[in-house]
Ligand binder design. Structure first.
Ligand SMILES: C[S@@+](CC[C@H](N)C(=O)[O-])C[C@H]1O[C@@H](n2cnc3c(N)ncnc32)[C@H](O)[C@@H]1O
Length: 240
């Protein structure tokens, strides 16, 4: 299957770099500091798939010393221009070989695995996280729920894509991001819960918690389905 990482694109990167935490994105990030504080000891972190650095700076604001990594030169360029003192590194797809083993207390990945196509590559990367984590370290993997592609949201339109409704694990699915200038559809890969569990097992990581944040009525957003269908899934994984 042909799959292109749509973030290796200057227009997309410039548009994404202006994104903060509006609408449905607020819900992805709202509970992360409490989840991270509950599980993670120590302050050394990798932000895998850091994009323009929004998630990296979010982690730094929680007191972590963070290295952001990404395969998109366009996104890393934006991260460095927004935050010249940050630590952002361009990596080759599937390769974390130059990071030493047992060197991070946390590997965080926010939305990145929505754009990683095959089971083979997923298992390879999670095995690498297992290797670079210190004993007692954790990986936090935040991804889109399968339901995000069959409902509409404060920040996304997805129901205009008929193929989303019949997609199976590994198939392409599409969304339109409402909060950015670049309204070209984003292509993701559908990966349901049971298939993530197979990947974690194959990589030797232990799933210790799963969170599915819901919107609350008193929040200052025009929730569409967010109060009763979870758009995001947050997995907390322990080094074996
Ligand atoms: C939707 S963006 C999210 C960026 C950031 N985590 C945030 O929350 O703002 C997903 C990022 O994952 C990156 N990505 C996709 N495949 C990757 C891979 N195999 N290794 C590292 N980064 C990858 C993309 O280039 C893109 O910058």
């Amino acid at each position: 299957m042909d799959f292109t990482n749509c973030y290796e694109d200057t227009k997309r990167a410039e548009s994404y770099a202006k994104l903060e935490f509006p609408g449905t994105y607020y819900l992805a990030y709202r509970d992360l500091p409490a989840i991270t504080a509950k599980h993670v000891k120590g302050n050394t972190a990798m932000d895998f798939g850091c994009g323009a650095g929004r998630s990296t700076r979010f982690l730094r604001n929680q007191g972590f010393k963070v290295t952001g990594v990404d395969i998109s030169n366009e996104m890393i360029t934006m991260a460095n221009s927004i935050d010249p003192n940050g630590d952002y590194r361009l990596v080759e797809e599937g390769s974390l070989g130059h990071f030493a083993g047992n060197s991070f207390d946390l590997v965080q990945s926010i939305f990145t695995f929505d754009n990683i196509p095959t089971e083979e590559l997923k298992v390879k990367l999670f095995s690498e996280f297992n290797r670079i984590l210190r004993k007692g370290g954790y990986m936090i993997n935040l991804v889109s729920s399968p339901e995000i592609y069959t409902h509409d949201w404060a920040s996304f339109i997805t129901t205009c894509f008929p193929d989303n409704f019949t997609a199976k694990c590994g198939d392409k699915v599409k969304t339109i991001m409402k909060d950015v200038e670049d309204q070209r559809p984003v292509e993701d890969i559908l990966w349901p819960d049971e298939d993530y569990k197979k990947v974690y097992k194959a990589a030797g990581l232990e799933l210790v918690a799963t969170y599915r944040p819901l919107g609350k009525k008193n929040e200052p957003y025009q929730w569409v389905n967010e109060t009763h269908v979870a758009p995001w899934v947050i997995y907390v994984l322990a080094k074996a």
